[in-house]
Design a protein around this ligand. Structure first.
Ligand code: ZN
Length: 76
């Protein structure tokens, strides 16, 4: 079995915007840039918040889930 054929990899990390999918040139150094522009970052975060609020209202997600997630990331 050839692993390389099962898991094709790009030669370098993707620089596609997480929100709109547009390719962009990430700046070097510091935190890895995931969005092509601040507007996309803001849109992503507000959409994520609305999604989480709806999920909690519908019972699909609990506050305990959110709190454990936030706790598990605190040490990183
Ligand atoms: Zn974008």
């Amino acid at each position: 079995m050839q692993v390389n054929e099962i898991l094709p990899r790009k030669k370098r990390p993707s620089d596609d915007c997480l929100w709109c999918g547009a390719a962009f040139e990430a700046r070097n150094g510091g935190k890895r840039q995931r969005f092509c522009r601040p507007l996309c970052r803001t849109a992503f975060h507000s959409a994520s918040r609305r999604w989480a609020e709806r999920a909690i209202a519908s019972g699909a997600l609990s506050i305990a889930d959110l709190r454990s997630e936030s706790h598990s990331r605190a040490g990183i």
